[in-house]
Design a protein around this ligand. Sequence first.
Ligand SMILES: Cc1cc2nc3c(=O)[nH]c(=O)nc-3n(C[C@H](O)[C@H](O)[C@H](O)COP(=O)(O)OP(=O)(O)OC[C@H]3O[C@@H](n4cnc5c(N)ncnc54)[C@H](O)[C@@H]3O)c2cc1C
Length: 381
Amino acid sequence: MDFRLTHEQEQIRDMVREFAESELKPHINEWDEAQHFPVDTFKKAGELGLLGVIFPEEYGGTAQSYVDYVNVIEELAAVESGFALSVAAHNSLGTGHIYLAGNEEQKKKWLPKLTSGEWIGAWGLTEPGSGSDASGMRTTAVKDGDEWVLNGTKNFITNATYADISVVLTVTDRNDQKHGITAFAVEMDRKGIRAGKKENKLGMRVSDTAELVMEDCRVPEGNILGRIGYGFIDAMKVLDGGRISIAALSLGVARGAYDAARNYAKQRTAFGKPIAEFQAIQFMLADMATEIDAARLLTMRAATVKDAGERVTQFSAMAKLYASEVAVRCTEKGVQIFGGYGFIKEFPAEKYYRDVKLCTIGEGTSEIQRMVIARNLLAEG
Ligand SMILES: Cc1cc2nc3c(=O)[nH]c(=O)nc-3n(C[C@H](O)[C@H](O)[C@H](O)COP(=O)(O)OP(=O)(O)OC[C@H]3O[C@@H](n4cnc5c(N)ncnc54)[C@H](O)[C@@H]3O)c2cc1C
């Protein structure tokens, strides 16, 4: 096992680091305060290939590996995790579902627009009444002649306000427990679909989160993604990959919080010496660094298994569960090390602390990850 990045991987990491430092860092407080999603900067990320990281060149992607994708998301998240969340939702959820389940015609039509950043993608599974229990969704798609008529509301949808196309999961046969859900790709300029209420959030405030409302939205048969009745099965596969990106996001935030705390501890003095000389502070930094490294190993294992084309459900759930909970612990320690300044918005610690909580919730809560892991463990012979 070689844990080092290749020269090319280091170059990609450095390019993203430079983008985050120059394009994101100067604006984070202003954007966070205003809950502003910087569309133009998002498009710039597209020009750099960051919106098509994991897709083949024939669809306009940069054909990188999941290991590269982890590096991209980590670097963005270490600086602006809300922006990283939007990049992750665009790549592995919206665009990822079309790539996974779309036919050749659909991929040729939509993927180049998404991978270049000309279009922004969203993915709607969650509804007001069903999150963890996603199969309990109420949005329906009913066939009417050559078209399907979609009705329902998705909520907490990343990028919904700015999306040009959204993948939505709908009930097509309520009586079929296994094959009753179908995915549609819906262009947002179609009549009957619109973004609804934008959420006012604790953290990840730079990422747009809004409802997706469908009222008699008519879409042609050609917008069905994959086989009728296989939408939920495909959605679970999409989440297998997506959860690796949430693990990467967690790594980025945890590392950002650690770096800030370490630097602060070396500068801040109390009782006549830098607080970094107190063992209590040193032990917090040691625990943070150790747990971040352990989380990185789990995340890279999941990415490597995904790159090998093997089943990754258990590994991605383990990486997402562990990395997100580590990140919550690290950001809490980060605030503690900053003392009173950890509570003040001009210092970086409090934003990491607010932003990271989403990582234990989005794309399946920690409880759901434990259920997925246990189910897989118990299914082993
Ligand atoms: C900022 C943000 C962005 C998001 N982006 C998207 C997106 O782009 N697309 C999308 O589809 N969704 C998105 N989501 C939704 C997210 O995936 C859900 O919020 C999440 O899956 C949890 O669902 P819920 O909120 O309905 O909580 P619930 O399912 O109501 O859970 C409430 C609590 O009950 C627990 N619980 C539920 N069932 C069980 C069980 N069987 N055993 C033990 N405990 C259980 C949960 O772990 C949790 O602690 C986003 C959410 C947020 C906050």
